[in-house]
Write a protein that binds this ligand. Structure first.
Ligand code: UD1
Ligand code: MG
Length: 452
């Protein structure tokens, strides 16, 4: 928004007791990102904006998350949880600096967009002292109701304080408010706690604005954008909304999914052209999938980059630090972690590749294990370009298999293998002609006395 400076305060104090969790509410994830990260990413940013988060005492993890997402953030601690207005005043020092706009958002309303924040600030330019974000709730239970009289917002009534008639109102408070910075602090300072919960409700700002002869106005948005998360059921609903959005965006971007409802995505998933994702795939944070790649069913992928025309699964697990080159193949029941597979490398069946580099065109046979951990430290396995590792081999790291080298099936490889060499590390096979028939004869004879 041109010209006007803006301070955004995100309220994220409190355990969120109805979540029944030891994790602070703002740190629960939706589509692979914390509730807080989503709100902070949407909050006004750029020149003239500043950002503050109010956290509960002992919630360093919330502070850390805020700083991770927005390193410029300031944080304040609300030592006692006495209500949303009380939480805002924990950031008094930041408010007193006097930004033109003061935007308040909640850390438990994760689906809000940057566009909505911008819409909220617009009425302040044309003389409103307060803009409240409202929505029509399918079930308004638990939300503050917006009391509108002759088209004017006159008050917000919290569920606990609402009359039976007021409870029938479906126009609800989403929690986001934009104050004109000139009067914000005066108004919020006037909020008392004479209500059924004895809390300082930020929502009382509306009636105070009205009583002061100033204007409060409602900006409406869809319920899906402002679902507040107080319970695990609401968290799951928000996840559904978010997944639907992400699936639609992926389809719009040209990803082929025959059963999009079974595919789980993360907000930061990036897709090239002509990517195919088969049913029942889970894609966690930090995944990029390049042009033409195919992810087969039942694969689970986190922090991995998948090269052009690569193929993953079915039933593959790509863990953090996996990078697949062009045309690389990772097949069924294969797990990779911190593993680079160069172009055309193949790991097709029943294999663990961890802390490893696999050169271009190398072929890793079924049942190969990189033994990367001795109970204390992790070690690396290097497999050269064009190498061939026979099935059921254990590569005991640290170890290098040279380019073009062969490893005989069933080997336990503990020493480096030079380029183009053959390594066999297994017990030698012996063959005894006629042994099996002699064995059977002997056993049959030994059995005879019983029947006589
Ligand atoms: C709040 C609104 C309600 C609105 C709903 C939308 C108030 C009084 N009520 O109710 O009108 O319909 O959100 O989702 O504002 N918080 C603090 N410190 C506190 C209290 C709350 O930081 O002392 C934070 C919470 O962590 C949360 C946010 O403020 O992120 C809202 O608090 P919550 O308890 O979830 O309020 P609701 O009952 O959902
Ligand atoms: Mg809430």
């Amino acid at each position: 928004m041109t010209g006007r400076s803006c301070l955004t305060i995100v309220l994220a104090a409190g355990e969120g007791t109805r979540m029944r969790s030891s994790l602070p509410k703002a740190l629960h994830p939706v589509a692979g990102q914390t509730l807080l990260a989503r709100v902070l990413a949407a909050a006004p940013s750029g020149p003239g904006t500043s950002l503050t988060v109010v956290v509960g005492p002992g919630h360093e993890a919330v502070t850390d998350e805020a700083k991770r997402v927005r390193p410029d953030v300031m944080t304040f601690v609300q030592h006692e949880r006495l209500g949303t207005a009380h939480a805002v005043l924990a950031a008094r020092e930041a408010i007193a600096r006097g930004a033109d706009d003061l935007v308040i958002a909640f850390g438990d309303t994760p689906l809000i967009s940057a566009d909505t924040f911008a819409r909220m600030r617009a009425p302040l330019q044309t003389g409103a002292s307060l803009a409240v974000l409202g929505f029509r709730a399918a079930d308004p239970t638990g939300y503050g109701r917006l009391i509108v009289d002759n088209g004017r917002l006159t008050a917000i009534r919290e569920q606990a304080d609402a009359s039976a008639d007021e409870r029938r109102i479906t126009l609800c408070n989403a929690g986001v408010m934009a104050f004109d910075g000139k009067t914000a602090l005066q108004i919020i300072d006037k909020i008392g706690n004479a209500n059924s919960k004895g809390e300082y409700y930020l929502t009382d700002a509306v009636s105070i604005v009205r009583a002061s002869g100033l204007t409060a106005t409602v900006i409406e948005t869809s319920e899906d954008e402002v679902r507040g998360i107080n319970t695990k059921a609401q968290l799951a609903e928000a996840e559904q909304v978010m997944q639907a959005r992400l699936r639609k965006a992926a389809l719009d971007a040209g990803v082929t999914m025959v059963a999009p409802d079974t595919v789980f995505l993360t907000a930061d998933t990036s897709f090239g052209r002509d990517v195919t994702i088969e049913p029942y795939v889970v894609i966690g944070p930090g995944v990029t999938i390049a042009d033409g790649a195919v992810i087969h069913s039942f694969s689970h992928i986190v922090q991995a980059s998948i090269g052009r025309n690569a193929s993953v699964g079915p039933y593959a697990r790509l863990r953090p630090g996996t990078s697949l080159g062009e045309g690389a193949r990772v097949g069924n029941f294969v797990e990779t972690k911190a593993a680079v597979l160069e172009a055309g490398a193949k790991v097709n069946h029943l294999t663990y590749v961890g802390d490893a580099h696999v050169g271009a065109g190398a072929n890793i046979g079924a049942g190969t294990i990189t033994c990367n951990y001795d109970g204390f430290n992790k070690y690396r396995t290097e497999i050269g370009a064009g190498a061939f590792v026979g099935s059921n081999s254990s590569l005991v790291a640290p170890v290098k298999i040279g380019s073009g080298a062969y490893v005989g099936s069933g080997s336990v490889v503990t020493k480096n293998v030079p380029d183009d060499a053959l390594a066999i590390g297994r017990s030698r096979q012996t063959v005894r002609d006629g042994w099996a028939s002699r064995f059977r004869e002997m056993k049959l004879l030994a059995k005879k006395p019983k029947s006589g």
